[in-house]
Design a protein around this ligand. Sequence first.
Ligand SMILES: *Cc1c(COP(=O)(O)O)cnc(C)c1O
Length: 393
Amino acid sequence: MPLNLPIYLDHHATTPVDQRVLEAMLPLFTTNYGNASSKTHSFGRAARELVEASRARIAKSIRAKPKEIVFTSGATEAINLALKGIFRSEHKTPPHFVTAKTEHKALLDCHCWLESEGCQVTYVGVDCDGVVNLDELEEALRTGVTLTSVMAANNETGVVQPVTEIGSLCRQHGSLFFTDATQALGKMALAVDDLNADLLAASAHKLYGPKGCGFLYVRSKPRRARPVTQLHGGGHERGLRSGTLNTPGIVGMAEAIDLCLQEMTGEQQRLRGLRDRLLSGLQNALEGVVVNGSLDRRLAMNLNVSFPGVEAEALMMGLREDLAISTGSACTSEKIEPSHVLSAMGLAEDRIFSSVRFGLGRSTNEAEIDHTVVRVAQEVKRLRGLRIHTTSG
Ligand SMILES: *Cc1c(COP(=O)(O)O)cnc(C)c1O
């Protein structure tokens, strides 16, 4: 089979909508287009039934109750609702929040803003494998904490955090526990009671669903806190998030999650095989390839590696006809900042600037991995050659 170039290996950033998901969504645009809040006619009723059936499917995927699912425009909004909403609901002044240094920018930016609003925030460190330091976390928890937020799996390194242990530490010390499961949902088993999670965020477009749709899980029992809404209006979603529901997105998200879960065991095994093939291929072809973050505690789809002596930016530029990859730290400014995730792991700056993230997905196959190994090896050798040339001459 001929390869379609460039090969997409950036499935942490987003994923294509699965054909089966698209087919489930299409009628919601054209025939079944009612507003789920319309109470007076069958169009509204039909939309509402589909929304509630989707809510039940999504709740079941994390072993929650349907009424605990709040639909949002994505994980960023769910994170904002969780953090700002809990901050607003807390009357103890000033509230103390705890999070980790390797969280997604959406979560760190929210905390940064909350600090300007008077919130006290402790940023817990990670070890060289990228795993949250539990001693440091527990020390912070002893001082009295309202909300602790640690992601389930990291978007740059794929490192899976010990969320079950973190959840029980939080419960033990009276803190609410929020986990950003955007990278983890559909790739590993997540049950909110096992995690002791009080809040959980996820997004459809990271698991072969549409962009612009996500959800926040909010524990109902025991009800320890309820976020204050950040979006006022018609009082949708039990008053937690106003705005007409994105019915195609919601139906697509439910279908996408179910497909991931149905195919999870086999698919994760397949991706792990391909990921290991990629790593051993690169290590056989090149000197000094180093993996960033724990290889064992990691999503099967992820490989984050450094090629010492090579600038990742130059490497990606040289490969852009063949490969769609990234460094993982979405750079929003002109200036390229070293990844805050790899920095927190204590990696030296040159290793960080030579790091690349490969994110494998449903369409990835052996032929694509083999082509990737060949092209990356060629390009790394070419760039290393140039460097030797310029430094010696
Ligand atoms: C993509 C991502 C987000 C943001 O999700 P959106 O739905 O795009 O807003 C948040 N957290 C993690 C870990 C992510 O990977």
